[in-house]
Design a protein around this ligand. Structure first.
Ligand code: NDP
Ligand code: HSE
Length: 429
């Protein structure tokens, strides 16, 4: 057992960082035994130095994260500041000074992961980020290591805790959107700017990271099709219920049947109540992975929150410290396949469309013809009259997204169609 401690710089001490510091302190002896050397919290960089931080020696606090990294004795930096800058510059500075990095920053990794991996590789250092996707759930390492010998064809899951919390509350208690978002924020689930959660950017960042690892290719945040959940209404939940479904914000990553391209998308979708993802409540996440040899695997657990996320960060810290002692590094980026990411129009799935139409003869035939003209086959139609108008709910068979968009565009031009109330994809059947 080495007695000289490995020194850790904690960059950020908010919801996640404060829990990392707490566990490092309370579990110090176990961490020492598991790593084979003591780990010491050597400095904590924050924005507001005067804030009271329970359990943290005030002498460790600094507002100069760069100076902390440059002082010459740091072995590992834990970046839990979030956002692009100063996080990106600090991680780069860490690599320039021989410091391995653990990060929970999905926004940065989805945008600049390739450059950061390259910088870590050139410096012969580690970049670990288990906490960046799905909170406490071990997912990055299983994909990167346990499934490295298999071929992953599909990943589908709930990867944002805040939006799952909101959708679950709206569905199960009838809570309003803002009320549920405020609760998720108070519980420490939401991003500093919750727009990242509700507009799907956070899930899209996680989708980009997962797709890159699963398909051994580079998928940038901009490659991921994204729709948020702010438009999901009580009426959508009522429609979903009538179909025996609920609504979840899903991330879906697929390898094309010919293996020559991939798709990556994030959007709300109806899923049958019988599907395991339908019963994922509150801020829990769950991810299905379909691999050629392994078959279907499911990963489930807390997807957000200080302590659960700190668990993933600490797991990475132990791994990186072990690597340091062994004078080795863990696996770096594997992006050898260079598969193109196809546009959303190529994705094939089912749709639930609600139309407000005139309640008069021939409307149904006109609508059905429009679907047929665009090659979209109808599975079911339900019509409900209301004061000279009618609500028409059409559920399609599987069709390319581009065909569905063309259909909707044409439907909007029909005199008898007063409006398209909602369009939602149907998944998991
Ligand atoms: P918080 O906003 O709670 O904490 C951010 C911390 O960074 C604060 O301590 C803040 O200081 C510090 N900080 C901000 N700017 C600077 C700066 N310029 N220099 C030094 N310190 C700075 O965020 P979270 O803990 O919730 O999230 C941190 C990261 O973890 C993000 O990347 C997030 O996406 C990710 N994550 C979060 C999860 C969660 O459930 N919350 C789950 C999984 C990942 P001060 O305290 O003084 O304000
Ligand atoms: N805001 C994120 C979420 C934190 O709600 O999932 C976990 O990544």
């Amino acid at each position: 057992m080495r007695t000289r401690p490995l020194k850790v710089a904690l960059l950020g001490c908010g919801v996640v960082g404060s829990e990392v510091a707490r566990i490092m302190t309370t579990h110090a002896d176990d961490l020492t035994a598991r790593i084979g050397a003591p780990v010491e919290l050597a400095g904590v960089a924050v924005r507001r130095p005067s804030k009271v931080r329970e359990g943290i020696d005030p002498a460790l606090i600094t507002t100069d994260a760069t100076a902390l990294l440059k002082r010459g004795d740091i072995d590992v930096a834990i970046e839990v500041i979030g956002g692009i800058e100063p996080a990106r510059t600090l991680i780069t500075t860490a690599f320039e000074h021989g410091i391995s990095v653990v990060s929970a920053n999905k926004a940065l990794l989805a945008q600049d992961g390739a450059a950061l991996h390259a910088a870590a590789g050139q410096a012969g250092l580690d970049l670990y980020y288990e906490a960046a996707v799905a909170g406490a759930i071990p997912l990055i390492r299983p994909l990167r290591e346990s499934l490295a010998g298999d071929k992953i064809n599909r990943v589908m899951g709930i990867v944002n805790g805040t939006t799952n919390f909101i959708l679950d509350k709206m569905d199960s208690t009838g809570a309003g959107y803002q009320e549920a978002l405020d609760e998720a924020t108070a519980l420490g689930y939401a991003e500093a700017d919750p727009t990242a959660d509700v507009e799907g950017y956070d899930a899209a960042a996680k989708a980009a990271i997962l797709a890159g690892i699963a398909f051994h290719t580079r998928v940038h945040l901009d490659d991921v099709y994204r729709e948020g959940m702010t438009e999901v209404s009580a009426a959508d939940f009522a429609s979903a219920k009538r179909m025996g479904c609920t609504i979840k914000l899903l991330a879906i990553l697929e390898r094309a049947a010919d293996g020559e391209s991939v798709t990556a998308r994030v959007h709300p979708a109806m899923i049958p109540l019988s599907h395991p993802l339908a019963s994922v409540r509150e801020a829990y996440n769950a991810v299905f992975v379909e691999a050629e040899a392994a078959g279907r695997l499911m990963f489930y657990g807390p997807g957000a929150g200080g302590a659960p996320t700190a668990s993933a960060v600490l797991g990475d810290l132990v791994a990186v410290c072990r690597n340091k002692l062994a004078e080795a590094t863990g696996p770096g980026e594997s992006a050898y396949t260079q598969l193109p990411v196809s546009p959303m129009g190529d994705v094939v799935t089912r749709y639930h469309i609600s139309l407000d139409v005139a309640d008069k003869p021939g409307v149904l035939a006109q609508v059905a013809t429009t679907f047929a003209e665009h090659g979209v086959s109808i599975d079911t139609v339900r019509q409900q009259g209301k004061d000279g108008e009618a609500s028409l709910v059409v559920v399609t068979h599987r069709a390319p997204d581009a065909s569905l968009s063309g259909t909707v565009e044409a439907l909007r031009k029909l005199d008898t169609v007063r409006g398209v109330a909602s369009i939602m994809r149907v998944e998991g059947e």
